[in-house]
Design a protein around this ligand. Sequence first.
Ligand code: HEM
Length: 148
Amino acid sequence: MKDFIVEHYNVIKALHVIAIISWMAAQLYLPRLFVYHADADKGSELSETLKIMERKLLRFIMNPAMIAAFIFGGLMIWGNPDLMHQPWMHVKLAAVLLLTAFHGACARWRKAFVADKNTHSAKFYRQINEIPTLLMIIIVIMVIVRPF
Ligand code: HEM
């Protein structure tokens, strides 16, 4: 299996980058939907439409993309375990864990909207929307520049 990974390393890396682009797109878009949802009247047509959009975004893009990012990233670590001794990879994976925690928080906020029990303001969602952006910047600098 390790030989197969090493032989197809660049294909796996390409699939990893495709997965993280999809994951990031959803992580940046879902909080934006929450911004509009927080200002929508409960039970309104807009609120019900946003519930459908949020469920489909999370279930059909965000969750599968996260799983694929972990699988292809994990395969590369399997094929090149020395990466785990690199300080930049430690910082990268720490930021990835925070990104995963943010994913979990989005899933919880979505459930609150489904139950018409959201307690956060549009301003709150506008502010937390910056978190995945900041984490993405840290992750990409770590994996491309490898500053330490
Ligand atoms: C989900 C868990 C993740 C794991 C386990 C993981 C692991 C890895 C590994 C092992 C590599 C190959 C490094 C090399 O061979 O030099 C890699 C490459 C890469 N990762 Fe991740 N990663 C994850 C998430 C992410 C995320 C969330 C992003 C961006 C937001 C990201 C961006 C990249 C990029 C751009 C590359 C290609 C770097 C290059 O061209 O050398 N990764 N990742």
